[in-house]
Design a binder for this molecule. Structure first.
Ligand SMILES: Nc1nc2c(c(=O)[nH]1)N[C@H]1C(S)=C(S)[C@@H](COP(=O)(O)O)O[C@H]1N2
Ligand SMILES: [Mo]
Length: 198
């Protein structure tokens, strides 16, 4: 568990695992399809409702002074959790500060190289809990787990964390992501067991 409590949903009962979750020994690799190719000219684009669109290459992300290591728990909506994984990265808010988000931006939609999307309210992304990461346990994230760059969010089910991150778009209206369109919860709080939308 991170020493920082996740913003939107601190662990209310101080229990290690959210309700209905069981710990697994190894982090499973879960995705809708094949592991996509990592483009040699990859950059992370931050665009949409911002004053100035920007692209960040991997060396620029790694050089950010906010870069840090955090131990986080990982909860899949299918009922497994892997606790205390150490990720290296920054927070999405560190990027949002560098592009100046416009007043009308209400959601952040994450785009991935495999066409996957998922969105979160801008307030959640201005908090401490939405991380953009490039190392797992001190080494480059394996491709099957979203390397080279992915999102992890301890206070949400894992489908809110896009692997193979390619873009961060600021939008005015909520847009359902890949799993959310199939009936999974938009809020996805594991401590409240928000697995499915009503
Ligand atoms: N781009 C992308 N990100 C994704 C997915 C996906 O299919 N594509 N699956 C999500 C789901 S449902 C889970 S449980 C986690 C799995 O991460 P892992 O494979 O590292 O365990 O990634 C999430 N992020
Ligand atoms: Mo999942």
């Amino acid at each position: 568990m991170s020493s920082e409590n996740p913003d939107p949903s601190p662990n209310p009962s101080r229990e290690k695992l959210p309700p209905g979750q069981r710990e697994v020994d190894e982090l499973p690799a879960v995705s809708k399809g094949e592991v996509p190719e990592w483009p040699p000219d990859w950059t992370l684009k931050v665009y949409g409702s911002v004053e100035e669109e920007k692209s960040f290459d991997l060396s620029r992300l790694k050089a950010m002074p906010e870069s840090s290591k955090r131990k986080l728990d990982f909860h899949c909506v299918e009922g497994w959790s892997k606790t205390d994984l150490e990720w290296t990265g920054i927070k999405v808010r560190d990027l949002l500060e560098r592009v100046e988000v416009k007043e009308e931006a209400k959601y952040v939609i994450f785009h991935a190289l495999d066409g996957y999307t998922t969105d979160l309210p801008i307030e959640t992304c201005k908090g401490k809990d939405v991380s953009i990461v490039w190392e797992l346990e001190g080494v480059e994230i394996p491709p099957r787990h979203g390397g080279k760059v992915r999102v992890v969010i301890e206070s949400k089910y894992a489908y809110k964390g896009a692997k193979w991150l390619s873009g961060i778009e600021l939008i005015e209206e909520h847009e359902k992501g890949y799993w959310e369109k199939k009936g999974y919860s938009d809020s996805a709080d594991p401590w409240k067991e928000e697995r499915y939308s009503d």
